[in-house]
Design a binder for this molecule. Structure first.
Ligand code: ZN
Length: 243
């Protein structure tokens, strides 16, 4: 039986994808969506994209060789963080159309089950507004979930000292990064109180400071627990879709 070589679409040569689709071993695709945006003073801008890809990849590996992960949408809808230099943002309608085209590409190749696995909260409104339209136009099984939907209130209480999840670059995301890609966490030279921040919204300025302090509660162990739960949950979602 023909099999994909890697669960990451972009690592395959065309023959692996073609043969796996033609022989019916490849049944579903995950499209990770994230962002490139400020993640407070200590966390890399790529976090949301990298975490969505990380969860998607491990979930797809559990279902190997039936599921492939497409190239992620690495820029999301992040207008609300444009006070912070470096943040990239797409207009909601542009993001929605790009996401549609990626899903449509996979549909045209014969994939009938697509799970969008999101890592950036700002993408959810724009996608949820369009999801019924996607379903109607594509005529396939397509769903959208942020991977932290996997977490019960109980689990958050148990694992997150701050009680906050997902938050933004706070305890949860920092713990995830410590467990999955620790180089993204850089406290070197961070001095929040003297940093020249220009946050125009008062509420955001307040939560930014809170998140900064909550992030210090993060540990690798907590991150690993949260990752394992998310991977299992996403794997089960796509397993049900392709069944
Ligand atoms: Zn984030």
């Amino acid at each position: 039986m023909a099999q994909i070589k890697s669960v990451l679409l972009w690592e395959n040569q065309r023959r692996y994808i073609r043969e796996a689709i033609d022989e019916g071993t490849l049944k579903g695709a995950i499209i990770p969506t994230g962002s490139t945006e400020q993640h407070n003073e200590h966390l890399a801008m790529y976090h949301d994209t990298q975490s969505a890809v990380y969860v998607s990849k491990l979930a797809a590996e559990k279902l190997y060789p039936n599921v492939v992960v497409t190239t992620p949408l690495a820029i999301g809808v992040s207008e609300h963080w444009m006070d912070h230099k470096g943040t990239l943002t797409l207009r909601p309608e542009v993001f929605g159309e790009v996401l549609y085209d990626v899903a449509d590409s996979m549909r045209r190749h014969g994939i009938k089950n697509i799970l969008i696995v999101n890592g950036h909260a700002g993408n959810s409104g724009p996608v949820m507004q369009r999801l019924d339209g996607y379903k109607e136009k594509l005529g396939i099984n397509i769903e959208y979930h942020s991977y932290w939907e996997a977490y019960s209130g109980e689990l958050v209480k148990e694992q997150m000292e701050s009680g906050v999840c997902p938050g933004h670059a706070a305890e949860f995301e920092t713990a995830f990064a410590l467990a999955a890609f620790p180089d993204n966490v850089d406290w070197n030279g961070v001095d929040y109180d003297t940093a020249k921040l220009t946050i125009s919204d008062e509420g955001q300025a307040k939560s930014d400071r809170e998140y900064h302090h909550q992030a210090k509660l993060a540990t690798t162990e907590k991150g690993q627990v949260m990752i394992d739960v998310a991977v299992e949950w996403v794997a089960e979602k796509i397993r049900q879709m392709i069944a």
